[in-house]
Write a protein that binds this ligand. Structure first.
Ligand code: IMP
Ligand code: MG
Length: 181
């Protein structure tokens, strides 16, 4: 385990089997319809690339990058598009793939934004859900794990751009971020 972590919350094996289940659900729900899988960079990219390979059917890929917390652990509530989609999503079946939902501000912004572009259907898929922290009501269609209100890193999730490459999800030791939160 990385020395900056308090504990490992989700092991590699646990994540892998849950991602497989999510892929099967999506495969069954969309049957033979084309899906545009939209990954939210950078946090979701590891989850995204594993999930995409567990979906059988017609998938096209696109990505969006939005402004993040910076070196803090609290949501700013301000969402800025840093990189937009490459392709039009008018009349498409869209699934937004995100690493984690916390207050819900990011995903509710993204949801409205995608709907305003004329997506035919829109669903949300998140690896992690901190349910207790929700400040705006929002339904998640595919959720990997519900987790407690702790700051987590790994499997794509970062603190100040670090730890994204850890193959598991762990709880960051508070002393690592306490002077910056
Ligand atoms: P929300 O807008 O408050 O729902 O925040 C969602 C975003 O906050 C995610 O895309 C993450 O980038 C970030 N975030 C929230 N909680 C954590 C965490 O525990 N670790 C790493 N990033 C987090
Ligand atoms: Mg993020």
């Amino acid at each position: 385990m990385h020395e900056h972590l308090k504990e490992i919350l989700l092991s590699e094996g646990k994540i892998k089997s849950r991602v497989r289940e999510l892929g099967e659900m999506i495969t069954n729900d969309y049957f033979n319809e084309e899906i545009v899988l939209i990954g939210i960079m950078k946090g979701a990219i590891i989850f995204y690339s594993d999930l995409a390979r567990e979906i059988q059917g017609r998938v096209t890929m696109d990505f969006m990058a939005i402004s993040s917390y910076g070196a803090s652990t609290k949501s700013s509530g301000v969402v800025k598009i840093v990189k937009d989609l490459d392709k039009d999503i008018m009349n498409k079946h869209v699934i937004i793939v995100e690493d984690i939902i916390d207050s819900g501000l990011t995903l509710s912004f993204l949801k409205e934004n995608m709907l305003s572009r004329g997506a035919r259907t829109l669903r949300l898929c998140v690896l992690l859900d901190k349910v207790e922290r929700r400040s705006v009501p929002i339904d998640v269609d595919y959720c990997g794990f519900t987790i407690p209100d702790e700051f987590v890193v790994g499997y794509g999730l970062d603190y100040a751009e670090n730890y994204r490459n850890l193959p598991y999800v762990g709880i960051l030791r508070p002393e690592i971020y306490k002077n910056n939160a």
